[in-house]
Write a protein that binds this ligand. Structure first.
Ligand SMILES: Cc1ncc(C[n+]2csc(CCOP(=O)(O)OP(=O)(O)O)c2C)c(N)n1
Ligand code: SF4
Length: 280
């Protein structure tokens, strides 16, 4: 951390960026997502030493290195396990977990389901580019079934129905569900800030083009639109909306009212208390 942290300092988005220069391809959507995250932290008046960013593995999962907060670049598909543990041990920290669609929905799919239903108070951002970018272009769970433009994809595509992250998050019990687009960095920063403030497990899927392996995603900027309806607190209504969703409506879909896990649970937060609990 480079900025000195104290209670009276007001931190700008720039203060939340580290000195490490991102190695993402020029034009990758993840640059804008990084800016939206740091803007959201600053807009909320957070302080770097009270904030943490946890990720898995992938291009998008490099994000803790680029933020000037506590960070944990963990292992593939396990970011939510680490993030939930961190929040339960340190409820005072703002915990943001971030990664890609491969990390979160493929190898990490099981953790995603149970994090939604466990409802620990943290924000989970998935930078969804419908491909494994870091390992050079394999289809991910959100890839269209007929996509075969990469040498890494089977001819004719996988033939599998794409995973619908918002519908699955809603069905599994996430307390806040939204979709953003990297090409709308201010709108995405607002959604992230709201997700952080909202109690419980907040899920934000951000369409973030991989211009190297999915060049056609440059066209997303012509395709996305703000959702025409306000967010709902009725999960059945949110589910019905998702039945006709084409994947390009951005905004907050759902705000629930479930109590966060850990509020009522006993949380052991000191090393001494943990040691006593596990003593033979
Ligand atoms: C246990 C394990 N299996 C596989 C890999 C290889 N691997 C690294 S990143 C990745 C996929 C990343 O895709 P995604 O999460 O969509 O992120 P992106 O690179 O597109 O941002 C895979 C399969 C690994 N690092 N660890
Ligand atoms: S390979 Fe794709 S996801 Fe990875 S940095 Fe390049 S554009 Fe971004």
């Amino acid at each position: 951390m480079t900025a000195s942290c104290n209670s009276s300092t007001v931190y700008s988005a720039k203060d939340f960026k580290s000195e490490v220069k991102p190695v993402w391809c020029p034009g990758c959507g993840d640059y804008a997502v990084l800016s939206s995250i740091t803007k959201a932290f600053a807009d909320l008046g957070l302080k770097p030493h009270e904030t943490s960013v946890v990720s898995g593995i992938g291009c998008s999962s490099r994000i803790p290195a680029y933020t000037n907060t506590y960070g944990f670049h963990s292992i593939h598909g396990r970011a939510l396990a680490v993030g939930q543990g961190l929040k339960l041990a340190r409820p005072d920290l703002t915990v943001l977990v971030a990664g890609g669609d491969g990390d979160g929905f493929s190898i990490g799919g099981n953790h995603f389901l149970h994090a939604c239903r466990r409802n620990v108070d943290l924000t989970y951002i998935v930078m969804d580019n419908r491909v494994y970018g870091m390992t050079k272009g394999q289809p991910s769970p959100t890839t269209e079934s007929d996509w075969d433009a990469s040498a890494m994809a089977p001819p004719g595509g996988t033939g599998m129905t794409p995973f619908h992250p918002l519908a699955i998050a809603l069905a599994a019990g996430a307390n806040f569900v939204a979709r953003g687009f990297s090409g709308d960095p201010n709108g995405t920063a607002q959604i992230i800030a709201e997700a952080i403030k909202y109690p419980g497990f907040s899920f934000v899927a951000i369409m973030s083009p991989c211009i190297t392996f999915r060049e056609e995603q440059r066209e997303w900027k012509e395709m996305v639109r703000p959702a025409v309806v306000e967010a709902t607190t009725d999960s059945a209504q949110a589910a019905r909306r998702l039945m006709t969703d084409d994947g390009f409506n951005i905004g907050v879909l759902y705000r629930g009212n479930r109590q966060s896990y850990g509020k009522e649970a006993k949380v052991t937060s000191t090393a001494a208390a943990l040691e006593a609990e596990f003593a033979l």
